[in-house]
Design a protein around this ligand. Sequence first.
Ligand code: FE
Length: 341
Amino acid sequence: MRQTTTALIVCATAATAIASSAAAEGELNLYSSRHYDTDERLYSDFTEATGITINRIEGNADELIARMEAEGANSPADILLTVDTSRLERAKDAGVLQAIDSEVLEMRIPASLQDADNQWFGFSQRARIIFYDKSDVTEPPLTYVDLADPAYEGMVCHRSSTNVYSQTLVSAIIENHGADAATTWAQGFVNNFARDPQGGDTDQLRGLVSGECDISISNTYYFARALRKDVDGLNAEALANIGWVFPAQNAEGAHMNLSGGGVAANAPNRENAIKFLEYLASDQAQEYFSAGNDEYPAVAGVGISPSVATLGMFRPDSVDLSKVAKNVPAAQTIFNEVGWE
Ligand code: FE
């Protein structure tokens, strides 16, 4: 494969140091596309509890997967942590992960949030839900299906089809309703766009505040984070007039996406890698891992942060996410067919 030119951020230790000490005892080489400050505490607590030092390389998921492929058998990577099931599944398909046997993970992580072959496990979840401007929308859509209703023509904002959140959402609609219904839905949805797809989830929320959008779809954690702290002018005050709907509560439930990880195919420190994933499933780590980024814990019974609790209780879609990830190529076909940029 072609060598990718990447702009990876190297943290804690230089990449060269990782390569030269990859097989040393008491180490763990973590490739992560999560880059939240709160994850720091997670890593330092793990080191304190186990004596295992974490060397970390951060980058975007596709770069990290390409890097692991290029490094092949010599890869120092022990763990890949990333976001969204379709990326976890892409890593699996690329052969950069391996199956592991862990009673702890089997017991703690629900079956719907792990790969059937145990190559990846989800550690936190986000719901992809409907937000709307309360002064413009009196009858908000209650389901994903409703978002394609012509009643909402010119009102809806969403990000581009090149983004994994769009891909996984449509993949879930295919899994729940079939490819034909998903195509019809996507056509109606695109017809309702208020503007060309653009920006990230925070930009969809900003579109509501600016008035450019009446209805936006975003992952819960972007909203919860802005409630908790100012995100470049997006804050609790700016969002005061924004309502939200957990979709499909009388149907399949709210679409969830995952943050998760797996053990690298050629992990030099395999045992440490398994220990680390088991640690991520502990109550304490679940609290940091999820609350630190305003996400929902994967492990049942772990408390959620106040900002997330503000959104209220809901029924999540419990569709098997590894099945959903397999529909990404079919989703791509739909994007082309309906002209979702
Ligand atoms: Fe995100």
